[in-house]
Design a protein around this ligand. Structure first.
Ligand SMILES: Nc1ncnc2c1ncn2[C@@H]1O[C@H](COP(=O)(O)OP(=O)(O)OP(=O)(O)O)[C@@H](O)[C@H]1O
Ligand SMILES: [Mg+2]
Length: 586
């Protein structure tokens, strides 16, 4: 928890101001019972009301009012300062966490799971923020109030104070017994929160799949289980409070009873003034209340340790892919070279890319073809450094990708991922992810290349059509074309399309390739495809076979010498007689 406090630095002024003002509040609050005692003593001593005693009383009344107003002013200002500091601290923590998560590579995110990251960003930050808020409000107030009230009581009547000798240690013992158990149960509850969030997140993001497989009942059961687990864990933690609270109450009221008994005897024996007793009674309440407050503060502090630890885990996580020592900020051209590249996913036993060597010149159009699972996607992800090679190196523009600032590299390597997504918002907003300053003309130009302009214009709202969450308002093929347009808008030096035209017909596919070739001739274009028709007009075609580069050549060369290529070609020829007319017509 203390380690997180450095993120509250910006709010140090209100965080300090609040306790200072709080001391003012406490001092004035403690003065009020003293005036009250004077008033009662005055009434007792004077017997009847004379003008003189009325004047005295009025003066005392006004003094009491002033104390009360001062206390109110200090108290409200202190509460305001505490809120500013507390909320600010929470917001800063969320910002730090979010910024950190943005630096995570794919494998970092896998390690935590998205659901757990969400719990850490919300529930855990809330717990820590509340503790911080409670700390600034109570850290000074409760002990000052407690000590001062105790001192006043002891001074006015040492006899009465003796009752605390029993009750305060008793409360402490209860705390020491309960706190570690509570902490354990609280940790368990947070883990259940992770599971709960995972359940709703998976269900809500994939609601269409759930419905199409009529798995609602299964999902409901899964949710119920996660929800019940969370409830039970919370109840388990709560049970302690339910047990602990009456125990504390018994001690509190027992103490009050004992004090009333001692005070009654003292007043009869005339060793204690009735007026003083009214003040003492108020102080007793303050002592007990503030002692409880201190205990709660300590308990809350321990509880939030679990959350603080989970937040720190995220903050301390080292991103797998970092560009700290990289210096290159300019990608010279779109040439790519794989030099003895071997790649293994972390945790996997065997490499899935084995000793790959290939050179691609800037501006070339290169096809990659191979059976499913032959590591096509894995190979191109190394170019944008979404993963790092295990062995060997990938050069872009003649420089190792690890030597580039990641931002600079990814600005120039635009990828349409195989599992691509659009976001909620209009078509234009989605396209501008590629280039936020793109003009309307540039949007149209990119959409024309990706053969998306016609269908976008056919919508009543055109480029301002709202896509709905995850781009649900467009068809699969339309979505792919918008993703391509978005990637083109970046005007990259390298454009990678990973199976990005799988949902469009061969004719449209060919139109897109014509557009790419004529409109962005300087950009290196890499096209991963299942269909030979999508790659046959490429300058070079790379054949991947089980993670190894089997051959590189153009269509004619490969058809005459490569068995794998010929097999794929023959199998695809059979089903499409009009293939040459449409797909191959460039
Ligand atoms: N994130 C990952 N972690 C571990 N293994 C992975 C991961 N992604 C892919 N793999 C494995 O790597 C191998 C190659 O996968 P890859 O996605 O590169 O194939 P692909 O050629 O693109 O296939 P497809 O044509 O179906 O898209 C597969 O055996 C797959 O199981
Ligand atoms: Mg793939």
């Amino acid at each position: 928890m203390f380690k997180l406090l450095k993120y509250a630095k910006k709010y140090i002024v209100p965080a300090i101001l609040s306790p200072v003002l709080m001391v003012g509040e406490v001092v004035f609050e403690l003065m009020i019972p003293l005036v009250m005692a004077d008033i009662i003593t005055l009434i007792q001593q004077e017997g009847g009301m004379t003008d003189d005693s009325m004047n005295k009383m009025l003066r005392l009344g006004v003094r009491m009012l002033i104390y009360a107003l001062c206390s109110l002013f200090c108290g409200s200002m202190a509460a305001r300062a505490a809120s500013v500091a507390g909320m600010g601290f929470g917001a800063k923590l969320r910002e730090v966490l979010m910024n950190k998560i943005q630096t995570f590579s794919f494998s970092n995110i896998d390690r935590f799971s998205t659901a757990s990251l969400i719990t850490r960003l919300t529930t855990d930050v809330n717990t820590v923020q509340n503790t911080f808020l409670m700390m600034i409000r109570m850290l000074f107030r409760a002990p000052v109030m407690f000590v001062a009230a105790l001192a006043f009581t002891i001074k006015m009547s040492p006899e009465v104070s003796s009752a605390f000798l029993v009750s305060l240690p008793l409360i402490t013992v209860i705390l020491v017994v309960f706190a570690p158990i509570a902490l354990k149960r609280f940790k368990k509850m947070l883990e259940m929160f992770d599971g709960f969030n995972a359940s709703i997140q998976e269900n809500l993001t994939n609601v269409r799949v759930v419905k199409s497989f009529v798995r609602e009942d299964y999902e409901k059961d899964k949710f119920k289980k996660a929800n019940d687990n969370l409830m039970n864990a919370a109840l388990n933690a709560e049970k302690l409070m339910i047990l602990g609270q009456p125990a504390l109450m018994i001690i509190m009221f027992g103490t009050i009873l004992a004090i009333l008994y001692i005070a009654a005897k003292a007043i009869s024996a005339e060793t204690l003034l009735l007026g003083d007793f009214t003040a003492i009674y108020t102080y007793i309440m303050q002592i007990l209340m503030n002692f409880l407050m201190i205990i709660m503060l300590i308990a809350q502090f321990f509880m939030s340790q679990a959350s603080a630890k989970r937040i720190l885990e995220v903050i301390k996580e080292v991103p797998d892919i970092s560009d700290e020592n990289a210096t290159e900020t300019v990608v010279r051209d779109g040439s790519i070279e794989f030099k003895n590249v071997t790649f293994k996913y972390s945790g996997a036993a065997n490499p899935i890319i084995k000793n790959a060597n290939v050179k691609i010149n800037s501006g070339e159009m290169v096809g990659i073809i191979g059976a499913t699972g032959s590591a096509k996607s894995s190979l191109v992800q190394l170019i944008a450094r979404l993963y790092d090679t295990t062995d060997g190196e990938v050069l872009v523009g003649g420089v190792n990708v690890k030597d580039y600032k990641i931002h600079a590299l990814r600005e120039e390597v635009s990828m349409v991922l195989q599992k691509n997504v659009l976001f909620s918002g209009t078509i234009a907003e989605n396209l501008r992810w590629g280039n936020k300053n793109a003009t309307d003309e540039e949007l149209v130009e990119a959409c024309k290349i990706a053969d998306a302009h016609d269908f976008v214009s056919s919508f009543p709202d055109g480029y301002n059509t709202d896509l709905g969450q995850g781009g649900v308002n467009v068809s699969g093929g339309q979505k792919q074309r918008l993703c391509i347009a978005r990637a083109i808008l970046k005007k990259p030096k390298i454009l990678i399309l990973d199976d990005s035209t799988s949902a469009v017909d061969t004719f449209t596919d060919s139109k897109i390739r014509t557009g790419l070739r004529s409109c962005i001739p300087e950009t290196t274009k890499i096209i991963i495809a299942q269909r030979i028709s999508s790659v046959e007009d490429c300058d070079k075609i790379i054949i991947l076979d089980n993670g190894e580069i089997n051959d590189v050549g153009n269509h004619e060369e490969l058809i005459s010498r490569n068995e794998i290529y010929k097999d794929i070609y023959d199998s695809q020829q059979k089903g499409s007689d009009d293939f040459d007319l449409q797909g191959g017509a460039l």
